[in-house]
Structures are given as C-alpha cells and as structure tokens.
Unconditional design. Structure first.
Length: 334
C-alpha cells in the first residue's frame, strides 16, 4: 500500500509498505480520510515524541472495515467507522486508576503504532465506533479532535454561568469555542490573531488581538473588565500562556492544552496571590462515545477546508504549516 513515512526530521516520503497484519482483536481499516494535526507538523519539524524512524505518521482518521480479527464481534467488513489513536494497555497503574488516556505503556497511531496517512491502518476494536452514514469521512476523522477538546473543557471545570477564555484561533481553539457554545456559560471569548480563522467561530466570541497594544486588557475588556473563571491555552505560545494566566480571576484555572516544550516562565507570584490553578489537558478520559453524536453537526465539515490525495503530501503539509490565512484542517482523502 501507499503511505506517508516520516524518514528523518524534516523529511517525508511517499513509500510502498506492507498492509498491516491485524491481531485477533483488531480491525483493518481502508482509510476514507485522515487529517493533518499540528502534532504531525511538530513531528516533521522536531520529532518531540522520539518516534522510532522511519515511521508511517498520522492519527486522525475514519474509514471502512476491510477485515476483522478472529475475536472481533461488534464490527463487520464494509462498516464505516471512526477511530481513536490512543490504545491504553489497561494494566498499568494509570489504567487501573481509570486514567487510560495517561497510560504508561500507551499505543498511539503514528508514534508506536502504524499511522493513518496510508491506504490502510489497523485499530483495536475497542478504539473504533460505527460512523453514521450521514457523517462524512472527513468529519469522522475529527472524532479524536472533538474528544480532546471535550477533555480541555472538562478540565476547565466551569460552573453554569461561568466565563471562559480560549487563547488560540486554530482548529482546536475553534472546536472548543463551538463546543462551549452548547453549554450554559455566561461568556466565551476566543482570542486569536487571524480574522480568517476566527471567522469559523460563533460570531459573539471572536476577538482579534493581533494589532492590540495590550492583549490582556483587550481580553479583560471583552469580559466586562473582569477576570475569567478559566482560560484554555490552545496555541503553543509562551506569551499566550502568560496572557491567559493574567486574565484569570482569583482562584481561576489555566488549562494547558497546547504543548509548550522546554522551559516556560510562570508568574508564580500571581499564582500565589490569586490562588490560581494550572492543569493539563492531554488526550481524553473516555469521551469517545460522548464525541460521536457531535460529529453529526454539518458545521464540522466546514473546518476541513482542503483535501489532497496522498501523492500531494508536500503541498498538503506546506498548507497545514504555513497557510493559516487560508486553511483550517487539511485532509488526505481516498
């Protein structure tokens, strides 16, 4: 089969590899669509997760069951499915504590399991869900992005009427804003720097701070000059982290969704004086079933603004990395 392989840092190639062999509890999926995540771009630029290269990458995908293992009972050949990249071991201390998304021996598409940027990929049956006929493959590929956005909102622990600041206008920030719109919150503000991307968020939430002399003041002004109950960092920027932290009310909560590798300055004096909390949001704690009905929202298709065949992988990755004024999610479709 054809697949996109990360061969070394900065080097992708379209290669021929063997179709993955499945185990008894696995499905072989003929890929319908797979989307490029920011982490895929980060893997290409720096391999922060230490993937053993060369490796087929990609982890956001949906498709059709092409074969089933001997122990599979809930799926059949020809069935449309969405899949989740995280495969908890179910045996480590984190898994036994109910934190499978933080598994110490996790399997993950594109990291230590074959990735989804290929004509076929394999998935354990418990990490697949039936995809309704009315949901496109490209929307189905957003199942895991929806899951992780739900996790970020869960980590914000907002009360009814609470006020939320989302810093970062990429696909995940926009997804969080759309999901937050469905909740009984007092106010949601999505702060970013690109009108094109902010345009995908609900109209009453958009705040462009690019030309603002004081972004913190602008974000507070959007909340009636008050502090927010929670802020979610949805962009990998140390300055955005500092700005979000500065916008919190006493005992507010900062949710670190976008990874910030390396050292990050933190205003611990403000944390002390205002009794602030800083929490992470990584993957999702069993939110796959909660995410599936949300894929029926036709607006999800709008977030996938471009799609390419695998043969045009260079153009697709260039657009995903540098085309932020014209693209949201970029997909490979089959």
């Amino acid at each position: 089969m054809k697949a996109i392989q990360l061969q070394s840092i900065g080097q992708l190639a379209l290669v021929d590899v063997a179709i993955p062999a499945i185990q008894a509890d696995e499905l072989l999926i003929r890929t319908g669509a797979t989307t490029i995540c920011t982490s895929d771009v980060n893997d290409l630029r720096g391999n922060p997760f230490g993937i053993d290269l060369p490796a087929v990458i990609g982890h956001e995908a949906a498709g059709v069951v092409a074969a089933v293992g001997a122990a599979v009972q809930r799926f059949s050949v020809g069935q449309r499915v969405a899949t989740h990249p995280v495969h908890p071991c179910r045996n480590c201390p984190a898994c036994r504590a109910g934190l499978g998304h933080l598994c110490e021996r996790m399997g993950h598409f594109g990291v230590n399991l074959p990735g989804t940027m290929a004509e076929f990929y394999r998935v354990r049956q418990d990490r697949a869900r039936p995809l309704p006929d009315e949901v496109s493959f490209k929307a189905g590929a957003l199942a895991e992005p929806v899951c992780v956005c739900l996790e970020a909102l869960a980590q914000a622990r907002l009360p009814a009427g609470g006020r939320l600041l989302i810093v970062g206008d990429g696909p995940f920030g926009v997804l969080m804003a759309r999901l937050a719109q469905k909740r009984p919150l007092g106010r949601v503000v999505l702060a970013g720097q690109m009108d094109f991307r902010l345009g995908f968020a609900p109209a009453g939430m958009r705040l462009n701070v690019k030309e603002t002399a004081d972004p913190v003041e602008a974000m507070r002004r959007a909340n009636d000059h008050a502090g927010y109950d929670a802020a979610i960092l949805a962009v990998g920027s140390r300055q955005a982290f500092a700005d979000g932290l500065a916008c919190l009310k006493p005992r507010g909560r900062m949710v670190v969704f976008s990874a910030l590798p390396g050292e990050t300055p933190v205003d611990l004096f403000a944390v002390h004086l205002k009794e602030l909390e800083i929490v992470g949001a990584c993957s999702d704690k069993d939110l796959f079933d909660q995410a599936m009905p949300l894929l029926r929202d036709p607006a999800l298709d709008e977030l996938v603004t471009h799609h390419f065949p695998l043969t045009e992988y260079r153009q697709a990755f260039e657009l995903a990395e540098f085309g932020k004024q014209q693209a949201m999610k970029v997909a490979f479709t089959f």
